[in-house]
Design a protein around this ligand. Structure first.
Ligand code: PMM
Length: 292
């Protein structure tokens, strides 16, 4: 028997029989873990293809860094970075998601072939975002967010992180639906590292299944984040550089897949692609063992 373990379906996207892998293409000079590396259309497109070859099911193209403390880029610059990359990857048959907080960028990216809008502000940064996504009829990621990166660390204050994230995600979900987005097209995301300290992120990963109460597929984006740096820190508290957190990322992928996440968003795809396949095989073996 195969089950989707409550992973759920996102209308308008393919259905995978396992946790999907979203590869990250940051077309930015300053993203915290890979900033600058793909800051060029041609290189970014090449990176997208590499991620797909490595096993990515989707590629998430973004032109604005959201690392803590980051300042905004202007819209013209974001369009210049993102649209050609989306167009080329989509034309080559890739399933492309656009990572943006701007309605105009989302709209133009969908025209260029993007099939999912991933807005870390869940429509909070641009009042035109929800109506634009509703009109475009594409899936939308509602991530937990408490304000712009420039000062988000000040908002990392919780009494009950899981309960508060759940309640705030519910509000985001309701706002998206009230704005006309088809609930069947909504994905939710706990927003690891966004207005969260390491212990908040760890608690959320430990209790991912609690977020399933929202009844929507779950995206988990732990890749190379600070909380992994904290866990891996040496005796004097120095975290390894972001690029040395990929094995730890794959460990979270395995856990998220086992907990029924719909997708993980990662910078280095290969290990996570393997992890979701192993998690799927274990799930299938468990199902067989449990069959009468
Ligand atoms: N994190 C980043 C960017 N985009 N999108 C979603 N849905 N969830 C996230 O947690 C998320 C995101 C920041 O990380 P990056 O600079 O490594 O891309």
């Amino acid at each position: 028997m195969t089950t989707l373990r409550g992973r759920g379906r996102v209308a308008g996207l393919p259905e995978w029989d396992r946790c999907a892998v979203m590869g990250v293409v940051n077309v930015t000079p300053d993203s915290f873990s890979d900033g600058g590396q793909w800051f060029d259309t041609e290189l970014a497109v090449k990176r997208g293809h590499e991620l797909i070859t490595a096993g990515a099911d989707l590629v998430d193209v973004g032109g604005e860094s959201t690392r803590p403390g980051a300042a905004r880029v202007d819209e013209a610059e974001e369009l210049r970075r993102v649209i050609p990359v989306v167009r080329e990857l989509a034309a080559a048959g890739a399933l492309v998601s656009v990572d943006t907080m701007r309605a105009t960028v989302a709209e133009r990216a969908v025209e260029a072939g993007a099939r999912l809008v991933n807005d870390v502000s869940a429509g909070g940064a641009d009042p035109a975002m929800i109506p634009t996504v509703a009109a475009a009829g594409v899936p939308f990621v509602v991530m937990h967010w408490r304000g712009q990166s420039i000062d988000m660390n000040n908002r990392a204050v919780y009494r009950d992180v899981v309960g508060e994230v759940l309640a705030e995600l519910r509000t985001g979900l309701e706002r998206a639906v009230a704005g006309g987005i088809d609930p069947e097209r909504i994905v939710i995301d706990p927003g690891l590292g966004f207005a969260k300290e390491a212990e908040h992120d760890l608690t959320l990963v430990a209790q991912l299944s609690a977020l399933r109460a929202l009844g929507r597929p779950l995206l988990v984006a732990a890749s190379r984040k600070r909380f992994l740096g904290r866990v891996l820190a040496s005796g004097d508290g120095t975290p390894p550089p972001a690029r040395e957190r990929d094995a730890a990322t794959a460990a979270v992928t395995a856990i998220a897949a086992r907990e029924g996440a719909w997708a993980v968003r990662v910078h280095e795809v290969r290990a996570s692609a393997d992890a979701v396949r192993v998690a799927r095989a274990i799930e299938a073996a468990g199902d067989t063992a449990g069959a009468p």
